[in-house]
Design a protein around this ligand. Sequence first.
Ligand SMILES: [Zn+2]
Length: 315
Amino acid sequence: MNFKNILIILFIIFSYSLFADGHIFVYHRFGDNRFTSSNISISTLRKHFDYLKNNNYKVVSLKNMVSKIKNNEEIPDNWVAFTIDDAYKSFYNNGLPVFKEYNYPFTLFANTEPIIGKYPDFVTFEELRDISKYGEVATHSHSHQHSLNISTNVLLNDIKKSVNILEKELNKKINYYSHPYGEYDYNILNYLKNLNFQAIFNQNSGAISNKNNIYDLNRIALGENDNIEFWLNIKYLIARWNNIEIKNNSITNINVTLNNSIKQIEVYISGYGWKWYNLNNGILNINLNKPLLYSRNRIILRTKDNKWNNYLIVK
Ligand SMILES: [Zn+2]
């Protein structure tokens, strides 16, 4: 093999490790500086979009991303999809014109109660019909409740109600659901699977690969101070969460199976930061006693080569 071929092969290996899996992002409010954590200024939104444009990323529809997973095909490393939660007026007034300008597809997850109630901060159905000319509309429930505070039946009926309203108003099929506040547990997911959605989306910081559960797809929330380049570089970690033991409101055991080749992993627990642990034949088994400090608590696993996986515990 000559030197040039070696260089080409090295370049291919290097490029492969440089890029990550696909990524789905979620925004909430646009150019609405009454809010800090849920808002993105239009100048920062343009910076995100320009970064993608200048670095050979391809913004695809959620439908394209989902069909790759369903067909068990590799997701191209440069694929990105955008979603918006909550159907705020500020998306229609400030965000949509920028999406149109860049010709970027998007999916808007709308909660229908504030639209029916004509809340001033939310879009009208007429505006929603206009939005649906440029992107897809999906559901974010009707009344946007904390799903673990209500019975499963109330939750399922609330979601079905929003689907009926949206399908009637838009005359289009509603294919996707995203959890209000990003809150859910694995028991709720089992019920939601029966609602015939094509896919269900969380709000966990992880990448997208065809190994992802179609009913538990990661979406990375982007706010004003988030570095999109950082998030584009994270990859998907295949992990089987065998046991998360909660006793007296504390995490007492974490047991996860990972690839055999992984010897060490960094573990994040909300409120406690990151810590390295050794694995035994690909198994992470930690006994600990960490009180759950928040209403939403995350356990995140991160490998040396920046692969991530998440587990959400809602109190
Ligand atoms: Zn929401």
